[in-house]
Design a protein around this ligand. Structure first.
Ligand code: IPM
Ligand code: MN
Length: 375
């Protein structure tokens, strides 16, 4: 029996309810495939923050960093100002663990309704590789009033650091600015990851940018993409402006195999991707550091209005759990979990309200766990 120790951060809102179902299904898979998991729970999130004032400490991050995977519910709570928990916990973890790939499969499962007319599971099956540590997400910027002022902005990563010393002079009443930055190292590694993934799939890679307007930052992205493409002659490629991309996701999802995108555009297009694949309740994601700590979570948020109601769909979280088990090398268990999700959907008996049913979160978890065990 293989033993794993996996840290779990249930987080806020519906996080604890959906994570409980994910752990339940993975435990069921363990019984069948011969592994046992010790779940180590971490309290980080709104309650912990409101009680202690702590978001997540450097010591906790260092301790978590010793693991190869982490299972995360969702972060965000209306009692705390927007961005505090998201930046202080979720983004802090993504950056600390240098999880430079945010992997988001956009796959329409059999039996799931898509709002896109005439498209079927064979048309909607691609993966978005979202850069996850740079771009406008580095979180540096500021405001300046009329006159002259200075600001010093810093980004610190294990890969590199960068400092911007700004001398500001404006006659506007007030300006606000945010620096988006990408690095050669950061861009190359995520694009290389996407090419490697495309090599293992249908050998097509689509790049997303806005090089026609934000030409310094995304022109740079495009040039790096071209240089890496030259090393992968077996992979066909195309470039897409992000605005057009939102159109193609809806009109021609069958064109895509792997899509690689800078961070912010990736955030936006993967919510669209989630709808294309049947809704946020069905969209999993993994924050990947291929050589370090990876963190798996549903791509949806904490849905505070549903907290504690045992109502929401746990499938995104269960699927993210399957991705986590695959990362740990338990491919058979991962496949069995995804296939159990598909069976649950096809049987159409136990489903949550978003899929037209009236079952509870835990009913769906129980049903998928039962199917995983072959009962
Ligand atoms: C996501 C979320 C996060 C993001 C938020 C909660 C910081 O929207 O994972 O897509 O913007 O990356
Ligand atoms: Mn998002």
């Amino acid at each position: 029996m293989t033993q794993y120790k996996i840290p779990v951060i249930p987080g806020d809102g519906i996080g604890p309810e959906i994570i409980a179902e994910g752990c339940k299904v993975i435990d069921a898979a363990g019984e069948r495939f011969g592994f046992d998991i010790e779940w180590v729970e971490y309290p980080h999130g709104a309650d912990h923050y409101l009680k202690t004032g702590e978001l997540i400490s450097e010591d906790t991050l260092a301790e978590l960093n010793k693991n190869s995977v982490i299972y995360l519910g969702s972060i965000g709570d209306p009692r705390v100002a927007p961005g505090v928990l998201e930046k202080g916990i979720l983004l802090a973890a993504r950056f600390y663990f240098d999880e430079y790939v945010n992997l988001r499969p956009i796959k329409l499962l059999e039996g799931v309704w898509t709002p896109i007319k005439d498209k079927t599971p064979k048309d909607i099956d691609f993966v978005v590789v979202r850069e996850n540590t740079e771009d406008f997400y580095i979180g540096i910027g500021g405001k300046a009033g009329r006159g002259t002022s200075k600001n010093l902005l810093e980004v610190s990563r294990s890969l590199y650091s960068a400092k911007f010393g700004l001398d500001i002079e404006t006659d506007s009443e007030e300006i606000a600015y945010q620096i988006g930055m990408i690095s050669k190292e950061g861009t190359q590694r995520v694009i290389s990851y996407a090419f490697d993934l495309a090599e293992k799939r249908k050998k097509h890679l689509s790049s997303v940018d806005k090089a026609n307007v934000l030409s310094d930052i995304y022109g740079f992205w495009r040039k790096e993409f071209e240089a890496i493409a030259a090393k992968h002659p077996g992979v066909t490629t195309d470039f897409n402006y992000v605005d057009a991309m939102t159109m193609w996701f809806v009109k021609n999802p069958e064109w895509f195999d792997v899509v690689v995108t800078p961070n912010m555009f990736g955030d936006i297009i993967t919510d669209l991707g989630a709808m294309v694949q049947g809704g946020l309740g069905l969209a999993p994601g993994g924050n990947i550091n291929p050589k370090g700590t990876s963190m798996f979570e549903p791509i949806h948020g904490s849905a505070p209005k549903y907290k504690g109601q045992n109502k929401v769909n746990p499938i995104a979280t269960i699927w993210a759990g399957a991705m986590m088990m695959e990362q740990l090398g338990e491919k058979e268990a991962a496949d069995a979990i995804v296939s159990a999700i598909e069976t649950n959907i096809l049987q159409a008996k136990v489903r949550t309200y978003d899929m037209g049913g009236s079952s509870t979160t835990s009913d769906v978890g129980d049903d998928i766990a039962r199917i995983v065990q072959g009962k």
